[in-house]
Ligand binder design. Structure first.
Ligand SMILES: [Zn+2]
Length: 403
């Protein structure tokens, strides 16, 4: 709740976006919290806050635990935050209990997990995993500013990114506690979820080009209305996403539409739709990708419109590692807590760190499945259970030589 006080005053909800001033200030607060928990804190070249608790055997590989503290516009108080504050609490509890881990413990507050104005999500976790490319850094926002200049302005050192790379051989495993952002746990009446996999996402910008004309004088059969075509695209994405077997978890959305010239008395000359498909089944997403291209080509011909699809990203699904899942299950059994295995439809920093080491995630409930809104809520008792589960899992994995 204290962290949620850092918010952008001119935005709804609990907004704290990556390059905002409140986010910058909030991270000084997170840093202090890390230090108070006994962590040695550094800010890496990307701008990730990393706290370290030394282990008994410094030569052993590290157990990393983390999440993010930025929000979407109009966001809530739990998405990401429970993972960072929860990881700090785990470190604090270990020290307070006079315990010492064998492995070093890393607590990470990854920079900017939510999609930013440069159209990129998971900045910090991409960077440690070596997946923040030069192309990403040169991406412009709508004003023409590049990601690299925004990073420089906020004290990051993009030229030294290689120094911030995490080395797979130095990592034991990665764990992330997160809110579910869906309602499966609540419906099952279970407080703790063991994540099986993180959905892959294919995103496209579909540009529909027609011809702008006077809306009063151009007859219906003379029009090449780009927005009417884009409206069909929206429904096609919905139809394609509904085509799946019983129990399928695939989804498809058009979340943004831009119309130009954008006047009530002009037939739209161009429309752009931002579409995405997500699933933990790689074949399904790939299949939707191809199906969309086919139906859109048919639509273009039928309506005499130009349609181009630019696939801006294609992230494959990421499975959580068997070893970490098993450790989480055992930890929950040890706590006498029932659990539910479930996939994550949302992407997370964990999906990037998974390229480096065994990864696992623990979910706690989101009331009514609400997230990315001010109503986002998880009961304090459920947060506490999540932290207890995270701690128990860390202690279990610490005793293992390999995950
Ligand atoms: Zn999140």
């Amino acid at each position: 709740m204290e962290l949620a006080e850092f918010r952008e005053p001119d935005q709804p909800g609990f907004t704290r976006r990556t390059f905002s001033e409140p986010y910058q200030r909030s991270r000084a607060w997170v840093k202090e919290l890390m230090e108070a928990a006994g962590l040695q804190v550094r800010t890496d070249p990307t701008g990730n806050l990393i706290g370290e608790l030394q282990g008994e055997a410094p030569e052993l590989s590290q157990i990393a635990v983390g999440s993010h503290t930025d929000t979407v516009a109009g966001g809530g108080r739990f998405d990401g935050m429970v993972g960072v504050i929860g990881a700090i609490e785990v470190a604090r509890l270990i020290r307070q209990g006079g315990q010492r881990l064998r492995h070093p413990l890393l607590v990470a507050d990854f920079l900017g997990e939510e999609p930013n104005r440069f159209g990129l999500s998971c900045l910090g976790s991409r960077a440690v995993a070596g997946q923040l490319s030069q192309g990403h850094l040169l991406r412009p926002d709508e004003s023409g500013e590049t990601l690299i200049s925004a990073l420089l302005e906020r004290g990051s050192r993009p030229a030294d990114l290689s120094e911030g790379l995490w080395q797979p051989e130095r990592l034991h495993c990665y764990l992330e506690l997160h809110i579910e952002q869906g309602s499966r746990l609540q419906r099952a009446g279970i407080a703790l979820g063991v994540v099986t996999a993180i959905a892959g996402i294919h995103r496209a910008v579909i540009t529909v080009s027609g011809r702008p004309d006077h809306a009063g004088t151009t007859a219906m059969n003379e029009r090449r209305d780009a927005l009417a075509g884009a409206a069909e695209v929206v429904l096609l994405v919905e139809r394609l996403a509904r085509e799946q077997g019983e129990g399928g978890s695939g989804v498809g959305t058009v979340g943004r539409l831009e119309v130009s010239p954008g006047a009530s008395n002009v037939v739209p000359g161009e429309a752009r739709a931002w579409a995405e498909f997500r699933s933990i089944e790689p074949a399904w997403v790939q299949d939707r990708h191809l199906a969309l291209e086919a139906v859109v080509a048919e639509l273009a011909a039928r309506r005499d419109l130009g349609v181009s699809i630019d696939w801006v990203s294609a992230e494959p699904p990421v499975a959580c590692s068997e070893g970490v899942r098993q450790a989480i299950q055992e930890a929950l059994e040890g706590l006498g807590q029932p659990s539910l295995e479930l996939p994550s439809g949302a992407s997370h920093d964990a999906a990037h760190v998974a390229h480096l080491c065994p990864m696992g995630m623990i979910f706690i409930p989101s009331r009514d499945g609400r997230s990315h809104c001010p109503e986002e809520w998880t009961e304090p008792e459920e947060v506490a259970l999540g932290v207890a589960a995270l701690l128990a899992t860390v202690l279990r994995l610490d005793r293992r030589d390999t995950v």
